[in-house]
Ligand binder design. Structure first.
Ligand SMILES: [Fe+2]
Length: 299
């Protein structure tokens, strides 16, 4: 049997993240306000759908809930045939399909199906989602840059996402974090070694370093001071600014994510030194409070 890495289908990008949210109204105001996303249609009070300036139909869904964490992660496939081949290939490897390939009765529509990863995260794989009109390329998020997930078994999760879903390891941060890519972006998914499976943070990419600083300023003027940053990471070389949303979940503003040449890239292990973790020397380490928010709640 071939592995997914050899198969015809391949994940093209991170489409959107859906969050279960215990502070739904406050988070909708936050993400549609100073965070800079645009709500699509009116919320029904249970679900809100927000887009960025990029081509993706939406980048964030908020689902009213009594918990905080991931509802699902949506990954892109190129076309209907890739969806069918992915579903057959994954089922052939023993992955349970939570839904069979079908037209999606969801915001953005499309054609896709769902699986769960070994720690129970729901992953949607979909193609042919609805187009949205162009927006100005301003100082607000264009797309989801990456999702970082806490895991109690980083080696097993890394192997599964690579062997089964076709992600590639870009770098390790000692044996604490691993950064996985599905396209030229240095990472779209990363795992952080933890005591339990939970959401660590979601990063939203803005188009330039100037847009990044403008975003930090817009949030600061709205009363949301950056919690960790500004700084530039070692692995991925991206500028970072971490915040805490009204539900206690951590979003990140990022820019200038390193682009990887698939043919020549060699993964490295980054020592977790101050110089390599905080290249500008401006951020220092995250506070105990920020670490606590990043630890999330067990799912
Ligand atoms: Fe990040």
């Amino acid at each position: 049997m071939s592995t997914s890495a050899e198969a015809a289908w391949g994940i093209t990008h991170l489409r959107h993240v859906a969050l279960a949210c215990s502070a739904f109204d406050e988070c909708l105001d936050y993400y549609a306000g100073p965070w800079g996303l645009r709500p699509l249609g009116d919320s029904d009070g249970q679900t809100a759908v927000l887009r960025g300036t990029g081509a993706e139909h939406h980048v964030l869904e908020l689902h009213r809930a009594d918990r905080n964490g991931i509802d699902h992660i949506s990954l892109g496939l190129a076309d209907d045939r890739s969806v069918d081949e992915a579903a057959a290939g994954l089922a052939g490897r023993g992955v349970t399909l939570l839904s069979e390939p079908a037209e999606l009765d969801r915001p953005g529509a499309g054609y896709g199906f769902r699986i769960a990863d070994p720690e129970g995260r729901i992953v949607e794989l979909a193609a042919r989602t609805q187009a949205v009109s162009a927006l100005p390329d301003d100082a607000t998020p264009a797309k989801i840059a990456h999702v970082v997930l806490n895991t109690a078994d980083i080696e097993a999760l890394c192997d599964w996402w690579c062997d089964v879903l076709g992600f590639r390891v870009s770098d390790w941060s000692e044996r604490q974090m691993v950064f996985l890519r599905c396209n030229a972006d240095h990472h779209s998914i990363a795992f952080n070694r933890s005591e339990w499976a939970s959401l660590n943070h979601v990063a939203y990419e803005v188009p330039s370093l100037d847009a990044y600083m403008t975003s930090l300023g817009r949030l600061a003027r709205a009363g949301h001071a950056v919690g960790w940053g500004p700084g530039r990471h070692g692995p991925g070389n991206n500028a970072f600014g971490y915040f805490v949303d009204p539900a206690g979940t951590v979003p990140e503003v990022t820019a200038e994510v390193q682009q990887v040449d698939e043919a020549t890239w060699v993964p490295r292990t980054w020592p977790r030194t101050p110089e390599l973790s905080d290249r500008w020397g401006t951020a220092g380490p995250p506070s105990p409070e920020m670490r606590q928010h990043m630890a999330g709640s067990p799912e």
